[in-house]
Write a new protein. Structure first.
Length: 407
């Protein structure tokens, strides 16, 4: 039984790999199988693509949070959420807002729910829930088709999952701790798949931006961490194979747009009210709108199309465009109308980040742009040198399955 370590190197852009900055990864790319550019689907559910081989249209998972009041862990808490919303408005202090939301998050975790409030308006929380992370990926209900985890289980082996990530996981481990945990788990002879997550390229990419000189310093540290992890893991499982997957890239932010303020402005001019006639969700690169009344649908939708603020910085995701990009079409989970920002345009503020956060890089843009592309390097026993120009992110599933089957 040959184990496979699948290390998700979040937001490792394809052009980050070079002999000076990342010598270890560069060497493995030269001597192993290197898929230079990994092309993700639009949206924010990359792990589903990797683990199942399905596009968002096939899996139904497109953005991390969707409209599903029946499954929302905040369902039934509307009176409490209204009170908390009022308390939050009592002060303009960012600290007060953070404390209030931290208390709510901890309360939900005590009840076993990993979906925190982030910066979603509290009065709207009961409308939303997690999508790809609603179930633990080890749960048979997580995916409608076989996943890498279920295939390994069917063969009578185990998957090490505690070093991985999910929005619903109660996991506060650092990258070093996740790597160390995987090394310790390597001694288990019945574990065939090791899922490991490393956040640094994503974290530094957001903070600094991919064009910042400090990215090279951060990437050099990551490369050395992975080199040491590889050595330590092989000391316990010398027959192990490795896949390093950068699931997407990162674009430099050059402009911010307050999409929330713009849609509220339009609605006020039309005499429509947020929470009654419509509501919306702000991802970092999307404005998603749900219409609750016929008036909102007939008046607000065309006004959003015609808004200069939005039309000059992005486009509405039509059904034809969604179909061509393999994302869900006419699925109310993700919105009755979706406006999608152009590359480098950041929706700000959004519902995920603190308003005082400094964001210089973002992903989730049109994957036809090269800076949206990740990379994939497979190396170890039986993997010969091969250079492949492109691989769709969902193709990682087949590559991993091949390496798990091929002894």
């Amino acid at each position: 039984m040959t184990p496979l370590v699948l290390l998700l190197l979040d937001a490792c852009r394809w052009d980050y790999i070079d002999p000076e900055t990342t010598p270890f990864l560069w060497k493995q790319a030269e001597t192993g199988r290197h898929y230079r550019r990994v092309i993700p689907s639009p949206g924010f559910c990359e792990r589903t693509e990797m683990l199942t081989g399905m596009s968002p249209a096939e899996s139904g998972f497109f953005t991390a949070i969707g409209h599903n009041p029946e499954q929302s862990p905040y369902s039934g808490l509307k009176p409490l959420l209204s009170v908390l919303h009022g308390l939050e408005k009592l002060s303009t202090s960012a600290l007060w807002r953070k404390v209030l939301r931290r208390i709510l998050r901890q309360s939900m975790r005590r009840k076993g729910h990993g979906f925190g409030p982030y910066y979603i308006p509290l009065r709207l929380l009961d409308k939303f829930c997690l999508t790809e992370d609603y179930y633990d990926h080890r749960d048979p209900r997580a995916f409608a088709v076989p996943s890498l985890l279920s295939l390994v289980a069917e063969d009578g082996f185990r998957t090490h999952y505690d070093s991985f990530t999910a929005l619903g996981m109660f996991n506060t481990k650092s990258d070093e701790e996740r790597l160390d945990l995987a090394v310790k788990a390597a001694v288990c002879p019945t574990t065939k798949l090791f899922l490991v997550y490393h956040s640094a390229p994503d974290a530094f990419g957001h903070e600094l931006g991919p064009d910042h000189a400090g990215m090279k310093t951060a990437l050099a540290r990551v490369d050395d961490q992975i080199r040491r992890f590889h050595e330590d893991f092989l000391a316990r499982r010398p027959d192990a194979r490795f896949m390093i997957v950068g699931d997407h890239g990162m674009s430099q932010v050059h402009e911010r747009v307050d999409a929330g303020a713009e849609v509220v402005r339009i609605a006020n001019e039309l005499g429509l009210r947020v929470g009654k006639d419509f509501f919306f969700f702000l991802d970092s690169t999307m404005l998603r709108v749900w219409f609750e009344t016929p008036d909102a649908r007939s008046k607000l939708a065309p006004a959003i199309f015609e808004s200069h603020v939005l039309a000059s910085r992005g486009r509405v995701l039509t059904s034809q465009l969604a179909e061509s990009l393999h994302v869900p079409v006419a699925d109310r989970t993700y919105g009755d109308l979706i406006w999608w920002a152009d590359r480098g345009v950041l929706v700000w503020p959004d519902f995920f980040h603190s308003p005082d956060a400094h964001i210089s890089g973002m992903h989730g843009y049109d994957p036809s742009h090269a800076d949206s592309h990740g990379t994939c390097i497979a190396f170890g026993p039986g993997i010969s040198a091969r250079q492949v120009e492109t691989l769709e992110l969902r193709g990682v599933f087949e590559v991993a399955r091949e390496l798990l089957i091929d002894e």
